[in-house]
Each structure stands twice: as C-alpha cells, then as structure tokens.
Ligand binder design. Structure first.
Ligand SMILES: Cc1cc2nc3c(=O)[nH]c(=O)nc-3n(C[C@H](O)[C@H](O)[C@H](O)COP(=O)(O)OP(=O)(O)OC[C@H]3O[C@@H](n4cnc5c(N)ncnc54)[C@H](O)[C@@H]3O)c2cc1C
Length: 437
C-alpha cells in the first residue's frame, strides 16, 4: 500500500473477542431498554448483547438480522452518540455501552465465519425492481427477498452501495466491509444490474413491460448544490462529493493519483460545516493538503456536523473559520481559483486558496421523474409519497424512499423508511395479485 492509501486505513479498531464479551457483560439488560428506543429501526439491542455476553455469536447475529440488513455498516457509521449509545442508562455516567462497536463486532464475526445460513422462501410472491443500491435500495431488496419476492436492483454506478461505496471515506467505512454486506444481500437471491442508469438505459415504463409488479426508487440526492456568487465557474472549485468519489476509487486502484482533483501541498477551503464537509476536509488532509480551512457562515454551535466528527477533524489539523460568509471567488488570468473574499466578524477579508471544495447540500436528480409520467415531486425535486400503501408515489405501483423522499439524512433513517416501504410494496403486490385471481 502506498503512503496516500495507508493514511486511509480504518481509524476505529475492532474489539477482540474478549473485549467484546467483557463489554457485553457490562450491559444491565434493562427491563425497559432505552437504547432500543434510541435506535430508529428498534434493533433488539439488549437481546443481541445478552447473546454475545454468553458467547452465542450466531444467536446474536440472528437477532440483529431481524431488523437490519447492514449491521457492519451501521455499527461503524451511525451517529451512536445521538441514538442507541446516547440513550443507554450508563451514558450519563460516562460509561455507556459501546453498542455500535458491539454490533460491528458481531457482524464482522459473522462475515468472517459465515455463521448464518438462512432458509429462504421460493421467490414466487411477485417481481420487484429496485432503482439504486444505497442503504434504502439494499434494505428494500433484502426485506422483500426474505419474504419471497424476486428482486432485481438496477444501479447506475459500476459498483453497488451508493454513498456507502462512493461517499463515506475508507478510514470510516472500508469498502471491503461494504462489499461483504452487499454479498450477503446477494446471497438472499437479489439480482444486481450494474452500470444501468434508469431514465437513460431503461425507463420505468419498460420495467413494467418486463413484468415487474412494483418498482422502488431509492436514488438518493445525487445533485450537489452550488454557490451562486461571482467566480463560481473558476477552475479549482469542485464539489466535495466529486473529491470523495475520486479518492474512494483511487483507494480501490481504479484510477491513478493524478485523477484525484487535489494536489499535495494545496491550500484547501471547504465551504459548509456538515458531515460531508468533515469528510472532505479530513480526506484533503490525508491526500497531503498543506492546510485545510472549513468556512462556515454561522457559529460553531450551529454546525450540523456531529460533534465527534468535528473533534476528529480538529485533531487532524483542520482549521475552522466561523461566521465567515463567502461573497466571491477570486481567480487568476487563466481562470483558476486563487482564493475567496468573505464577510467575517472583522469585516471583509481576502483568503488565499488553491482548491475550494463545496459541501453545502444536495438534492435529487430528475432523470427518472422526467422520463416517467405520473410521478409528482415537490418544488425542490423530492418525490411525494403516500401513507397507504406506505411509500407509493402518485404513479400506481411505483414506490420511493430514503433520501430521495425525506431529504439527506442518515444511513439508518434511509433504512427505516425503506423497511416501511418494503412492507407497503408487499401489501400492494399481494392485493393486486389477489384481485387478478
Ligand atoms: C460524504 C457523505 C458522508 C456521510 N456519512 C454518513 C455517516 O457517517 N453516517 C450516516 O448515517 N449517514 C451518512 N451520510 C448520509 C447517508 O449516506 C445517506 O443518508 C444515505 O446513503 C441515503 O441512502 P439512499 O439509499 O437514500 O441513497 P444513496 O446512498 O445516495 O444511494 C442512491 C443510489 O442510487 C443510485 N442511482 C441514482 N440515480 C440512479 C438512476 N437513475 N438509475 C440507477 N441508479 C441510480 C446511485 O448511484 C446510488 O447508488 C453521508 C452522506 C455523504 C454524502
């Protein structure tokens, strides 16, 4: 592994078996477990921890599988301090059970040992197409395959996983872990069609013609927002999502170092202060930036990045300019960015930068809705869905869920929505088949 790739090694170490069991034994197995209430998908946390505390890895994994298709991922990237862990009764005393790390331990153990062989039903209940293979699409596919539906995922990229594969950096979520979780979903009998952009290579109408009973749209928010200020077309101003994508495929040896749009020694500005901005800033540090400044128009208290991500960025040398509002990008005669002008608490100031990364949000692309009749979206492009059957769009048989409906959130919230939509799809297909009979 070369030096740049070495810096992307996973940061948080796994428990050893002894450490995991010792940690599990600390769980009070509360009668009314608040950790479970803190988990958006209501994982039976005390249940799996109790099995682990007795060394029953298979039973622990079986309990997790009842609610989650992606535990090795949730165990790593969920905001545990806000969810399960933050709700643990021991948390207030500073001794909360490290639930995320335990979930990750069990999931990794299962992957390594192939503990679980599920008995799968025949796929006779109906045929479902899933568009997009992020956490929403993978969850719908896994849940429906387990219930006897034949499911095919159509994914525009050359690898499945969505943001898990191309967005979240390797040091927080190794791509080998994502690939293994996807293999487990494949093992449930889910088919994958990669490099297939729906709306271009195939349309929703053509999918119905191919005999799909229902279609799920889980396409996320692929369009990053840009800043509408002077100089925004200068070379060197790029989207953070593009940098993260290129670095992820560089780490997977798909492209060379020079394809990554950031040179060693660059002075980098990141505009925005959410979790994507933290990932972009920390990735820029790892790629050898000379300095990285996060520029945010509000105060530290108002940032949307989770505290642990922010603290890690600070530890790695990222600097923060609060209440600094970019007004104009500055360029040289050749159209390359050389800095920016911003309003700061001390007045208007110019800053010198070689590279500017934007991380100010994203919204859904309209490739599918513009090539399909009857799918209504709101003013900002988010798909409108109903409660009955849960998740159905204004077009019969077409469902949607995850970020493309509820705006960019978290992996587990995309999974939560997807689980509810999977139930809605099952009800809908069953009802249609009953009427046909
Ligand atoms: C950089 C970054 C870091 C993040 N970090 C975290 C974190 O640490 N913890 C956390 O919980 N959340 C995190 N999130 C948020 C989380 O990743 C998303 O909320 C989640 O991935 C949304 O899932 P989804 O399935 O709705 O969409 P996505 O993950 O965006 O997946 C959509 C999929 O659809 C595919 N697609 C799109 N259009 C088409 C089409 N027309 N045809 C075929 N396929 C298509 C895309 O290629 C993609 O694979 C992060 C997000 C980003 C961008």
């Amino acid at each position: 592994m070369n030096e740049a790739k070495e810096t992307f090694r996973e940061l948080n170490e796994s428990f050893t078996t002894k450490e995991a069991i010792d940690e599990a034994k600390r769980c009070l197995n509360c009668k009314n477990p608040s950790c479970k209430k803190g988990c958006p998908i209501e994982n039976d946390i005390p249940g799996f921890i109790h099995q682990l505390s007795m060394g029953n890895m298979g039973d622990a994994m079986r309990i997790i599988n009842e609610k989650s298709n992606l535990p090795a991922i949730c165990g790593r990237v969920c905001p545990h301090e806000k969810q399960c862990q933050g709700h643990c009764v021991l948390y207030a005393k500073g001794k909360g059970i490290q639930i995320g790390k335990l979930e990750r331990f069990i999931a990794d153990f299962d992957t390594e040992m192939s503990l679980i062989r599920e008995k799968l039903p025949q796929k006779t209940r109906g045929k479902v197409a899933v568009i997009g293979s992020g956490p929403a699409g993978l969850t719908v596919a896994g849940d429906l395959a387990r219930q006897g539906f034949s499911v095919t995922i159509f994914e525009g990229q050359s690898e499945a996983g969505g943001v898990l594969m191309y967005g979240i950096p390797e040091y927080r979520l190794p791509k080998a872990v994502v690939a293994k979780e996807i293999e487990k979903i494949e093992a449930l009998g889910v088919n994958f069609v990669l490099n297939c952009l729906v709306g271009k290579d195939i349309t929703v109408d053509q999918m119905f013609e191919q005999g799909y009973d229902a279609i799920f749209i889980g396409t996320g928010t692929a369009l990053p927002k840009s800043l509408d200020i002077p100089g925004n077309k200068l070379r060197g101003i790029i989207q953070s999502s593009y940098l993260l994508h290129m670095v992820n495929i560089f780490n997977q040896n798909i492209v060379e170092r020079n394809a990554v749009p950031l040179k060693e020694g660059d002075r980098v500005a990141v505009i925005g202060c959410g979790n994507v901005a933290m990932d972009a800033a920390r990735t820029a540090v790892r790629m050898g930036a000379a300095s990285v400044h996060v520029i945010y128009h509000r105060t530290e208290a108002e940032m949307s990045a989770i505290p642990s991500e922010y603290q890690d960025a600070v530890k790695e040398g990222v600097q923060f300019l609060w209440q600094t509002s970019t007004q104009e990008f500055l360029g040289d005669d050749e159209g390359k960015v050389i800095g920016l002008r911003a309003a700061t608490p001390e007045g208007i100031r110019d800053f010198t930068f070689d590279r500017v990364l934007l991380a100010i949000g994203s919204r859904p692309a309209n490739r599918i809705v513009s090539t399909t009749t009857g799918i209504e979206v709101d003013d900002t492009g988010y798909v409108i869905v109903k409660d009955r059957p849960y998740g159905m769009t204004t077009r019969r048989g077409v469902f949607a869920g995850g970020d493309v409906v509820h705006r960019p959130h978290t992996v587990v919230l995309a999974m939560k929505a997807a689980k509810q939509v999977a139930a809605g799809i099952a009800q809908y297909v069953d009802a249609v088949k009953l009427l046909e009979e």
